[in-house]
Design a protein around this ligand. Structure first.
Ligand SMILES: C[S@@+](CC[C@H](N)C(=O)[O-])C[C@H]1O[C@@H](n2cnc3c(N)ncnc32)[C@H](O)[C@@H]1O
Length: 250
């Protein structure tokens, strides 16, 4: 695992660049992600209030979309965000004073309260030991809690072409150590004590970032993404799963 403090001192863009800016590459596709989260969350019954945890919250980029969804559902919520990058947590705290942000490595976080809902988006691909990471998340969840897990579908063929042929710099500049596919996500979830309640794919893994960026920012791009995904679902850009604790898991 890379040393976060050292990477910040070395100004590694992956650790210091604004994640709000990094999200621009997703363009209109971000809307697809948030609409999916909204669709999933509105079907769940939280009652009147919910304790929400975001693991790997970074600069707090998901705070506002999450707040909007809970507000639309009429659910009063408290938000806790955890990330081990102190620079990102400082930014999140100053931009979103309504959230509670903690600078911690999740695996070492000592927390006693149980959460009703956990978001973990685009984090697991960075984590060297995803089983222990998911088990730790599980230990922070109440009995009827849900986990919404989003990962890039980077184990697919087109991502391999991008990473190993067309854009080999990606593997040097990012710190991804896990390359997920549907079966990997499902197996990992089961092995970590979760049942998969909803499985969804979004986006499409065009094998260069330039094509992705272009299509994400033209009005007809979304149609191209869904058309390609319809015919080649295994080559989607992302996988999003809603997980629930498997009560029989010991
Ligand atoms: C690609 S960013 C994702 C940010 C945000 N969740 C999103 O949806 O854009 C991954 C984040 O996970 C954090 N992270 C990775 N491993 C972590 C760990 N063990 N404990 C806490 N945060 C971690 C990184 O610092 C980084 O901010």
């Amino acid at each position: 695992m890379k040393n976060v403090q050292k990477e910040i001192e070395n100004k590694n863009p992956w650790y210091v660049d604004s994640q709000h800016d990094q999200l621009l590459i997703y363009g209109k596709r971000l809307r697809e992600r948030y609409m999916l989260w909204q669709e999933i969350l509105l079907k769940l019954n939280f009652g009147r209030s919910a304790k929400v945890l975001e693991v790997g919250c970074g600069d707090g980029v998901n705070f506002k979309p999450i707040a909007d969804i809970f507000e639309a559902a009429g659910v009063k919520f408290t938000y806790c965000g955890v990330d081990y990058n102190p620079l990102r947590i400082a930014r999140a705290k100053s931009k979103y004073p309504d959230g509670n942000f903690f600078c911690e490595d999740l695996l070492e976080w000592q927390n006693v309260e149980d959460f009703d809902f956990v978001f973990c988006n685009q984090v697991l691909e960075h984590v060297p030991n995803p089983d222990s990471f998911l088990l730790k998340i599980r230990s922070l969840m109440g009995q009827n809690a849900y986990l919404l897990l989003g990962v890039p579908n980077e184990g697919c063929f087109l991502a391999w072409v991008r990473n190993h042929v067309l854009e080999r710099s990606i593997l040097r500049t990012t710190d991804h150590v896990n390359f997920f596919t549907k079966s990997v996500v499902e197996r990992l979830s089961r092995n970590s004590g979760f049942d998969v309640v909803v499985f969804r794919r979004i986006g499409f893994m065009f094998p260069t970032q330039r094509i992705n960026f272009f299509l994400s920012n033209v009005c007809w791009g979304e149609c191209v993404f869904s058309f390609c995904r319809k015919f080649f679902p295994s080559q989607s850009g992302e996988i999003q799963v809603l997980l629930k604790k498997d009560p029989e898991y010991l």
